[in-house]
Design a protein around this ligand. Structure first.
Ligand SMILES: [Fe+2]
Length: 327
């Protein structure tokens, strides 16, 4: 499958050398790209704040901010981190390339720039960007759907975002790899996405549920897993979605897994989920304070429900948070 080539792609070209800037601009405009020429690094960075940019060609040695600094800034901002950056350098030492890689550069071109090489790189990076945009779009549709399900219940407002934040903090404390933290950030938002299949009269029922209604609710982890499974980038999120209602003694659902056979990331999200539910107002009770919530969780550990070690670690995370950011 080839990505459709759009003539409207916009490319930022930053070089303090007017001749190089003009040459690159002419070359790219000739191929139908829209070019944003910048004279220095600071101007380039400013353009990133105001314009939709699909790719950036940055000279390394520029006044104000170097290409390295601009690249680092672009790559550390979630709004622009997926924009491909090519560093154009007259330097050939390996350490400059290493510095560029450390700054997150996607590719390098050496001066004097070879026309064919430049156009080939631009084309391939824009194609990659097209696919990344599609992927981002699919992810954001799933996240919006999950948040709109959450919004149906006024008592759970902000729950998903807090879950993301808390579970990433707990994963950080446990020293889990970046891959798990990313999965937890996404899992916090989408773990209950399967509730899309639960009718509202059951989802929002204030009184106790019948066995049949409970059966419908208990399908939400498997439904959620199915909804998210086509997205490859969500593969580490799927175990979180499927297993966030398992219990240590095997009395949870959907698979009745026990102890450590419940994936660690699912146990993390579950620990945080239970705490957040307890510290939020419900129709039938007021929110518990931190002490009260952990007391309830410890009783439930004794009943065989939660992972004691994780609850201990999470309590330490919560106690380290300033009071005002706990909710
Ligand atoms: Fe759930």
């Amino acid at each position: 499958m080839t990505a459709p080539e759009s003539p409207q792609k916009s490319i930022l070209v930053a070089d303090d050398d007017a001749a190089v800037r003009e040459l690159l601009t002419l070359l790219l405009e000739d191929r139908g790209y829209s070019v944003l020429p910048c004279e220095n690094g600071a101007e380039a960075l400013q353009r990133f704040e105001t314009e939709q940019i699909d790719l950036a060609l940055l000279d390394v040695m520029m006044p104000n901010l170097t290409g390295f600094e601009v690249c680092e800034s672009v790559k550390s901002d979630p709004a622009t981190r997926l924009v491909p950056v090519v560093l154009i350098t007259g330097l050939s030492q390996a350490e400059d390339r290493i510095r560029g890689i450390e700054c997150g550069a996607d590719d390098f071109l050496s001066k004097p720039v070879n026309k064919e090489e430049l156009l080939a790189r631009v084309k391939s990076l824009l194609r990659l960007k097209h696919f990344t945009d599609e992927l981002e779009h699919a992810e954001s549709v799933l996240c919006s759907l999950a948040l709109s399900i959450e919004a149906k219940d006024p008592y759970t407002e902000g729950h998903c975002e807090r879950l993301s934040k808390y579970s990433v903090a707990l994963a950080g404390r446990l020293g889990l790899p970046e891959e798990d933290r990313v999965a937890l950030r996404r899992g916090g938002i989408v773990h209950d996405i399967g509730k899309v299949a639960v009718p509202e009269h059951i989802l929002l029922k204030p009184g106790p549920l019948t066995a049949e209604e409970r059966g419908v609710i208990e399908q939400h982890p498997a439904v959620g897993e199915r909804v998210c499974s086509p997205l490859k980038s969500f593969r580490h999120v799927l175990p979180i979605i499927r297993h966030h209602h398992e219990r240590q003694d095997g009395s949870g659902y959907p698979d009745g897994l026990q102890g450590r056979s419940i994936p660690l990331t699912a146990r993390i999200l579950q620990t945080v989920d239970v705490y957040d539910a307890l510290t939020t107002d419900r129709p039938y009770r007021k929110a518990l304070r931190t002490d009260g919530a952990f007391e309830v969780m410890r009783n439930e550990i004794r009943r065989g429900w939660w992972d004691r070690e994780l609850v201990d670690e999470f309590e330490a995370v919560v106690r380290e948070m300033p009071q005002e950011v706990r909710k």
